[in-house]
Design a protein around this ligand. Structure first.
Ligand SMILES: Nc1ncnc2c1ncn2[C@@H]1O[C@H](COP(=O)(O)OP(=O)(O)OP(=O)(O)O)[C@@H](O)[C@H]1O
Length: 296
């Protein structure tokens, strides 16, 4: 089966064998089946079948408007699931919202840090919201700040932070509850290449230390290629291809039958075809986040 076929056919939801919310090796971190979400007449997610395995770094890629954020918001319980099913470590996100939320850390695209608070105060706020036990809070906040390299800047106001530091602060906010699943929506958008690398190094270090699952959306193909074990290419509300970056590029090369070395972007252009023109250019990051200026 080619990666494209695997995506089309969907994958099992991985529910068997373990109590929901207590992941075993084969329990899926995320399992969406036939997930559909529409804003009025506009269908944003159209029958999405997607499985993210426990412990993997999984990239959800696609152009502006592909439906990535909407799908993620369903998984994080921030949007309802009107049709289909979404599970997190076996828990139904509709039926078990609070338990699902306790398993998750979520870094949204929109700014989630308060510029008028210090880094430490921002992370402490999240520790309280996410019910980190009072006696553990101080240590857990310090650990989260340390994990993202912000210990020295912890007592400065967030408005004095660079864009990359703000993004790392938001990462600390999501990590303070020790999530089993970290979901990041465009974690590096608008950052310079060095700041992007630093953010990723911290994500990967925490993941190596904890074994948490990472689900990330990104427009940056080079990041997906470098850091994600598997990627799904999403377009017009559905998954068009799924596999390791290597599987996807090898598959395209085999289908082309030549010696070229295709990139993930080539794969995407191949599976999305002319529809790309309607949905936006794949690498066109129009809504550059520019975190630093927004914080200031
Ligand atoms: N609040 C909303 N109201 C109406 N339509 C919306 C809303 N949010 C998203 N949409 C539409 O749903 C579709 C999917 O949007 P979504 O933000 O999920 O895509 P995306 O893949 O995350 O894109 P981007 O990379 O630009 O964030 C788009 O057509 C978008 O215009």
């Amino acid at each position: 089966m080619t990666p494209t076929e695997a995506a089309r056919d969907g994958v099992p939801d991985g529910r068997a064998g373990h109590a929901p919310g207590h992941p075993g090796r084969e329990e899926a971190a995320v399992a969406c089946t036939g997930l559909r979400y529409a804003f009025g007449e506009s269908v944003a997610v159209d029958g999405l079948d997607l499985t993210v395995r426990a412990g993997e770094v999984f990239g959800l890629l696609g152009p502006n408007g592909a439906g990535k954020t909407t799908a993620i918001r369903c998984v994080t319980t921030l949007l309802p699931v009107p049709k289909g099913m979404a599970r997190v470590f076996g828990l139904d996100v509709s039926a078990d919202r609070m338990r699902v939320r306790r398993l998750l850390g979520y870094v949204p695209q929109q700014l989630s840090a308060d510029s008028g608070l210090t880094g430490r105060e921002n992370v402490s706020l999240f520790a309280r919201v996410f019910d980190v036990p009072r006696r553990e809070r101080r240590a857990r906040v310090a650990q989260a700040l340390e994990a993202v390299g912000l210990t020295d800047a912890a007592d400065r106001l967030a408005k004095t932070y660079s864009g990359g530091m703000v993004r790392r602060l938001e990462l600390a906010q999501a990590l303070v509850s020790a999530p089993r699943l970290l979901i990041l929506d465009e974690p590096t958008i608008g950052l310079d290449p060095i700041a992007r690398t630093v953010v990723w190094e911290h994500i990967m270090a925490v993941r190596a230390a904890t074994g948490m699952t990472v689900l990330v959306t990104t427009h940056y193909m080079d990041e997906a290629d470098q850091y994600c074990e598997r990627v799904a290419l999403m377009h017009q509300g559905g998954i068009r291809a799924l596999g390791t970056p290597r599987e996807l590029t090898d598959d395209l090369r085999a289908r082309r039958g030549d010696d070229s070395t295709p990139t993930l972007e080539d794969v995407f252009r191949d599976v999305a075809g002319s529809g790309l023109d309607e949905g936006g250019e794949f690498s066109d990051v129009r809504r550059t986040r520019n975190t630093a200026s927004r914080v200031g």
